[in-house]
Design a protein around this ligand. Structure first.
Ligand SMILES: *Cc1c(COP(=O)(O)O)cnc(C)c1O
Length: 361
C-alpha cells in the first residue's frame, strides 16, 4: 500500500478543479481548438512571467528543442554541446535535425553542465550549447553566456525542468537565444496532456518558430519553408493559464519540503544549489550507497522513489553508433548509480516528508 506517493496530481487537481473545469468548458462551448485566444493569452502571460518578449506554444518540450534548432538553421555538419546527465530528449532533438551531439560531463556537486568541459569541446563546427537546468537548478549562467558570446555560439536552454527557477534574480529560460519548456503533466507547470513552449527576445526567431510549428505556412496554404505540425492546443492552454497563477506558490511549497528534507537528512549528500540560484525543486535527489536495498526497504514502508536517470545518455543503446563507452563521463556514470529521487510535489504534507526521512535512517 502506498503511504507517500512520488507525485500525486489528484491533490493538485482538487485545489484548482472548479477553475480548470470552467475554463475547459469554455473552450468546449466555443469549439475553437487550435491557435486561438487561450494560446495567445497564455503566450503573453508566460512571456510576462519569464520577463521575455515572446513565447510560442508548441506540442511538447521535445518538439520545442527540435523546432528551436530548426529555427536556428542547425543541421548536418553542425555540433551541439549537450550534458550527458539529462533526460534523453535533449540528445534526441539534436539527432532529429541531423546534427551531432557532443556530450560533456557534469559537475559532481551541482549535477549541472561542467563549464570547463564545455570549453574543451568547442570546435569550428560547434553552433549551439544546450544547458539542461537539471532538477530545476542551474550552472553559472553568466559564465556560460560569456563562453557562448566569445565563441559566437547560441545557447538553447533546456528549461523543461526549470519553470519559475532563477539565476541571480533572472528566470531560467530567459538567458540564451532560446529557452524551451515542457508542460508534461508531472512538471512544475503541467498540462493535461503533451505541451511545450519556446521563449525568446529575438523577433525574427519568434516569427520563424511560429511558421515552423504550423507546417511552415506564412498564410493559409502558402508554405515558404518546411515546417511540422506541433502546436499547443486551446484546452491545454486554458489549463496552463489557470496553473501559471499558482506556479510561484507551488514552487515555494516545494522549497519548504526541500529544506525540511535537508534538515533531517544531514547524513546524505544532496544536490548542491549555488547561492545565486533559486531552484524550483522539480526533483529532490540524494546520493546513496546500496541504492537497490534502500529503494526496496522504502517501498516496503509504502514510500515511492524513482531514479533520474539510471543510464547516462552516452550509454543508451540508441546512441551506440556514436561509440561512446563506459568510463567516458565518470561523474554522470557515478551519479547514475547513486542518485535516488524522493517524493516531491507541492501538496505533500509535513507528516509525509517526516515519514520519508524516518524511512531513510
Ligand atoms: C521533460 C523533459 C523533456 C521533454 O519534454 P516533453 O514535453 O516530454 O517532450 C526534455 N528535456 C528535459 C530535461 C525534460 O525533463
Amino acid at each position: 500500500m502506498t503511504k507517500v506517493p512520488f507525485v500525486d496530481l489528484i491533490r493538485e487537481y482538487k485545489e484548482i478543479s472548479k477553475e480548470v473545469n470552467q475554463k475547459i468548458s469554455g473552450v468546449l462551448r466555443r469549439q475553437h481548438f487550435i491557435l486561438g485566444n487561450e494560446l495567445e493569452n497564455f503566450e503573453k502571460e508566460l512571456a510576462d512571467y519569464l520577463g521575455v518578449k515572446y513565447v510560442a506554444g508548441v506540442g511538447s518540450g521535445t518538439d520545442g528543442l527540435i523546432i528551436s534548432l530548426k529555427a536556428l538553421g542547425i543541421g548536418k555538419n553542425d555540433e551541439v554541446i549537450v550534458p550527458v546527465n539529462s533526460y534523453v530528449a535533449t540528445a534526441i532533438a539534436v539527432i532529429e535535425v541531423g546534427a551531432t551531439p557532443i556530450f560533456v560531463d557534469v559537475d559532481k556537486d551541482t549535477y549541472q553542465l561542467d563549464l570547463e568541459e564545455v570549453y574543451k569541446k568547442i570546435t569550428r563546427k560547434t553552433k549551439v550549447i544546450i544547458p539542461v537546468h537539471l532538477y530545476g537548478s542551474s550552472c553559472d549562467m553568466n559564465a556560460l553566456v560569456k563562453i557562448a558570446k566569445r565563441n559566437k555560439l547560441v545557447i538553447v536552454e533546456d528549461s523543461c525542468q526549470a519553470h519559475g527557477a532563477a539565476f541571480k534574480g533572472k528566470k531560467l529560460g530567459s538567458f540564451g537565444g532560446l529557452g524551451v519548456f515542457s508542460f508534461y503533466p508531472s512538471k512544475n507547470l503541467g498540462s493535461y496532456g503533451d505541451a511545450g513552449a519556446i521563449c525568446t527576445n529575438n523577433y525574427d526567431l519568434y516569427e520563424r518558430i511560429k511558421k515552423i510549428r504550423n507546417y511552415g505556412q506564412t498564410k493559409k496554404y502558402y508554405h515558404d519553408e518546411l515546417g511540422i505540425n506541433s502546436r499547443l492546443d486551446e484546452i491545454q492552454a486554458a489549463v496552463l493559464r489557470v496553473k501559471l497563477k499558482y506556479l510561484d506558490d507551488w514552487n515555494i511549497r516545494r522549497r519548504e519540503w526541500a529544506e525540511l528534507y535537508k534538515e533531517k537528512l544531514v547524513n546524505f549528500k544532496t544536490q548542491k544549489i549555488e547561492k545565486y540560484v533559486v531552484s524550483n525543486y522539480y526533483l529532490f535527489v540524494v546520493e546513496v550507497e546500496n541504492r537497490e536495498l534502500l529503494m526496496n526497504s522504502l517501498s516496503q514502508k509504502g514510500i515511492q522513489t524513482l531514479i533520474h536517470y539510471p543510464i547516462p545518455i552516452h550509454l543508451q543503446k540508441c546512441f551506440g553508433y556514436l561509440h561512446y563507452k563506459n568510463g567516458d563521463f565518470p561523474i554522470a556514470e557515478m551519479l547514475s548509480k547513486k542518485t535516488l529521487s524522493l517524493p516531491m510535489f507541492p501538496h505533500l504534507t509535513e507528516k509525509e516528508v517526516l515519514y520519508v526521512c524516518r524511512g531513510m535512517q
